[in-house]
Design a protein around this ligand. Sequence first.
Ligand code: AMP
Length: 467
Amino acid sequence: MVQGDNGGRYPRSPQILQRRLRERQPILRADPPINVSTLQHIPGTFDVLPDPTGSPGAFQAPAAAWRHVEGVVRELAARYGFEEIRTPVLEPTDLIARGAGATSDIVTKEMFAFEKGDTAYVLRPEVTAPVMRAYLEHRLDQRGGTQKLFYIGPCFRAERPQKGRYRQFHQFGTETLGASDPRADAECIAFMVAVYRTLGITNTRLRLNNLGDAEDRRAYRNALRAFLAPHAAELSETSRQRLETNPLRILDTKLDHERRLLEGAPLLPDYVGAEARAHFDEVKRLLSALDVAFEEDPALVRGLDYYNRTAFELESPDLGAQSALGGGGRYDGLAQAIGAAQPVPAVGFAAGLERLFLALDATGATLPAAPRPDVFLVALGDGMAARVFLLAERLRAEGLHATYDLRGASMKAQMREANRQGAPLVLIVAKDEDEAGVVGVKDMASGVQENVAHASLLDALHARLSS
Ligand code: AMP
C-alpha cells in the first residue's frame, strides 16, 4: 500500500490513486475514492430508474416509459419495413472523423476518443457512419434490393451538459441504403413524423431544405465566401475560421450582427442544379400528398459534411434552447467519404429519445409506470417462506407476475410491502390452511378475503384479475 502522510493509512492524493490505476496496482478497500463523486453519475449522463426520484442523475421518465417509446419505434419500424441493426458503441476514430467531417464540431470538440495500443477508438457520437460501415463491411447490398435499417441506442458527445443536451444520450433513426428514389426521402420523413404523432406529440415544426449536389454546394460555398470575405473583420473568431474551412456553417450563427450581415447573402437553393431541384420537388409533392406539413428554410444546413439534396429537421417549440427533436437527410457522399470505391445513395434521420421525452412531458401525457405485480404472496407460520417461494414460482410459470417479501418480515410488514408494490391481489399462505388445501385470496381494493382451494387457485386468480 502506498504510504501517505495521513497516518499511513490512505494514499495522500487522488494523483497517487490515479498512478496506481495506471500502473495496475490493486486498489485497496481502505483507499479513499479518486474524488468525492465516485458515488455519483458523471455529469451529462443519467440513470433510468424503475421510478424516477427527481435527483439530478436520474432521468425523469421511468424505465417503463422508455420501453413504451422504444416499443412504438419498433412497431412502426416493422410497419414501414425497417429492419433492426445494432452496431458497437466503440468505433475506430478514423471512421467517425471521416464520416462526420473533419471540421465538424462533433469531431473537433465533442468526441470521447482514446487510444489503446496502436488503435484509436471513439465512443460513437452518431450512428449513421457506423451503419454505413456495417453495410459496406458485410456487403449488405448482396442481400438484394434496398436495405432499410433502423436502430435505437446510446451516443456520446463531450458537450456542456444542460437540459436536453447530454454526454450520453440515446438516438433512434433509420438509414435507407442503396436508394436514390425521392420516395425514400419522403418515407423516412414520414416515419419520423409518425413516431411523434403516434405518441401524441403534434406541436412540431418540420423544416426542409435542398442542399443540392456536391458541385452545387461547391459553387454556393464560393459565392458565400466571396460575399462574406469583405466583412471578415466583423465576424466572430469561430465564423472567421469557418469562412476558411466550412463557410456554410456560418449560416447557423446565433449572433445577431452576423445574422443581419447574412440577410443579403446568396441563398443555397439558387445554386441547386436541375436534377437536385426535381428530386426535392418530388419529395415535397409526396409529403404534401401525405398531409405532412413542412416549411422550407434556405438557411437549414446540417452540421455534417456528407449530406446532399434533402435536409430536414423536426423541432418542438416546447423544448426551449435545445429545440431539435431530430433531423437528417440524404447523404449520397458518405460511403466514399469513409473509403468505399462506389457511391451508395442513402437517406436517413436520427432523433434524440431524451428530447422526445421532454416533448412528451409538454403534452401532459401520462407515461407508463413500472409494472405492478398481479399477486403478492404473504407467508404466515413456520416454514411458509419456502412454501411461498415455490408457489410464486408456479404462478410465474403460469404467466402471472407474482412476488413476495424477501426480508422475512412480520405479517403486517408483508401487507405493507404488498400495498407499496400496488399488487391488486394478496395470497395469504398460512400453515394450517395450506395443509388443509386452501389459501386466502385478498382483494386489496375491496378488502374482501376468501379461502380458495389449491386446485382452483389459478382460475380464481385469473377471474379476479380480469374483473
Ligand atoms: P444530430 O446528429 O446532431 O443531428 O442529432 C440528432 C438528434 O439527436 C438531435 O436532433 C437531438 O434530438 C439529439 N441529440 C444530439 N445531440 C444530443 C445531446 N448531446 N443530448 C441529447 N440529445 C442530442
